[in-house]
Ligand binder design. Sequence first.
Ligand code: NAD
Ligand code: MG
Length: 389
Amino acid sequence: MQRLVILGSTGSVGQSTLDVVALHPERFAITALTANTNVDIMLAQCKQFQPQTVVMSEPSAADRLQQELASIGLGHIEVKSGVDALCQVASSDGCDAVMSAIVGAAGLMPTLKAVQAAKRVLIANKEPLVMTGDLFMREAGKSGAVILPIDSEHNAIFQCLPVDQHKRGVRNVHLTASGGPFLGRTWQDLSTVTPAQACAHPNWSMGHKISIDSATMMNKGLELIEAAALFGLPAQQVNIVMHPQSIIHSMVEYIDGSFLAQLGSPDMKIPIAHSLSWPDRIESGAKTLDITEIARLDFQKPDMENLPCLRLARRAADEGGSAPAVLNASNEIAVEAFLAGRIAFTDIPTVIEAAMNAVGHCDISDIENVLNIDHEAREVAIAQLDSLS
Ligand code: NAD
Ligand code: MG
């Protein structure tokens, strides 16, 4: 029985994880669930999965949940709030594995604690990997934590690498990108798109932040930096290829000319089931892929002229050090402002570029250092928002 903690259980990845867990009650026990503020979904999850502990970020949400649980005879479930409680459940002796599925930099500290406590850590939450470079993998090397990628591209690469994960004979990795809802559109024509239009992804159903990142293609930029950090590859060896059908989730190219690819329906339950059970395989509940129904797979080079966010991410990857943390923090601020109707879709890269130009470059020495850079970049990005609106 694997004892599992899910950080961000009320989100898109969190709910898909519980869908897979529900198919295998003999294999997994949920010890803790966490969420920001969504009491209704958390209450339903508590009824179904009976965790020992729940953490809500907001104290008022925790109070409300506690009352609701008591009223239905589940008062024995411990309800906590705040970041320290998140870190405690993520590193508790009572769990074996942690699904890291909080969105954004908010997941950094609990995920790091899980790595330092030598858990099996399933990483969907890509932003902390982008912010910290190889720091997570170094910490995992020290503690012995097993890191399993959930992001579909990185999970695909993991599946296509040798079992011992040494990159023997790897020439390049190719991250596939669907292109999101605006594939083929000219960047300048997107100035009036609404958050609802930008969130309408053709192939994947996801949380708001990653949906906007997919529409700007920043998601692929973050994934490029994520891949370099996870697999210890120079960013120049990570290539991006447009593949609108989202059937090949990524590929590894070897020096002998072989390409290994992982294919499947675009459903996060597949990488989730893979990482939950690795090195075994379990059923995921995803729709089986009928390859004859797909019939064709298309690929093209990204049109970098039209993808300013991808250009900025490539620049951050090349600069290294603190640049990816600045990129990530300013992107989080810009996406939030776009979702709130404060700035136009096409202002997103303007905010990020201003932050990247303003915040001085340095190497990443430790986590304190990352948190300071993140803070500074957010302040610069917020000031930039004021100048735009
Ligand atoms: P989501 O917005 O649907 O869910 C986010 C979860 O995090 C929720 O449970 C929310 O309550 C919690 N949360 C939000 N802010 C928080 C805070 N400040 N403190 C604590 N908890 C907080 O997001 P998602 O789409 O599930 O994505 C989660 C992560 O996984 C992101 O980093 C995303 O890039 C990555 N990811 C998602 C998908 C996908 O298909 N959705 C695919 C690949 C990678
Ligand atoms: Mg992805």
